[in-house]
Design a protein around this ligand. Structure first.
Ligand SMILES: CC(C)(COP(=O)(O)OP(=O)(O)OC[C@H]1O[C@@H](n2cnc3c(N)ncnc32)[C@H](O)[C@@H]1OP(=O)(O)O)[C@@H](O)C(=O)NCCC(=O)NCCS
Length: 144
């Protein structure tokens, strides 16, 4: 549990995948069930979920690599947007990282995602100019 949120449980997985699909967060090269399983197996990561009447209505994946915190899969059900749930999920993720002794959070957004940029700016996040380098370990070409 973190605040009013709790760690994802077995019974949340189908609802979580539906939420991510409804929020446009799934990508062909990311298997959401695999991503959920990996985060659940890791001692350095979790997925916090918000539920309402048993349904998963919000999520954030949070974790660290021993240096900085990272957030992924921040999602709020479309019907509940602009009610402060996204802000509270980010705060819960920040608290999760701070409780593990780290002082900074990172996240990635697609450059065309202006609404999400405005959301994070409202929460005090800012752009840091860095070049993101990546490589698929099986050698496949990088995708978008
Ligand atoms: C981004 C997202 C999680 C925001 O959740 P939310 O619960 O609606 O956000 P909040 O209600 O906590 O908003 C907090 C503040 O952020 C800003 N904000 C939120 N959504 C915004 C939008 N679409 N456009 C501009 N500003 C926005 C506002 O300042 C807002 O405060 P206000 O409502 O008092 O004006 C939600 O829109 C979502 O799930 N989007 C689709 C998934 C996604 O793209 N996730 C991020 C992946 S990087």
């Amino acid at each position: 549990m973190s605040g009013t949120f709790r760690d994802v449980g077995d019974g949340d997985v189908d609802g979580l995948v539906s939420l991510w699909t409804a929020c446009g967060l799934t990508r062909p090269w990311n298997d959401p069930r695999g991503d959920i399983a990996l985060a659940r197996r890791s001692a350095e990561a979790t997925i916090l979920v918000a539920t309402e009447a048993g349904a998963v209505v919000g999520s954030v994946m949070v974790g660290h690599e021993g240096h900085r915190g990272w957030m992924y899969y921040l999602a709020v059900a479309p019907a509940l947007r602009r009610t402060g749930l996204g802000r509270r999920l980010v705060k819960a993720a920040e608290d999760w990282i701070a409780a593990r002794g780290m002082a900074k959070m990172h996240l990635l957004i697609r450059p065309e995602n202006h609404a999400v940029r405005a959301f994070y700016e409202a929460l005090g996040y800012g752009e840091q100019p860095r070049v993101l380098m990546a490589r698929w370990l099986d050698g496949r070409p990088l995708d978008g």
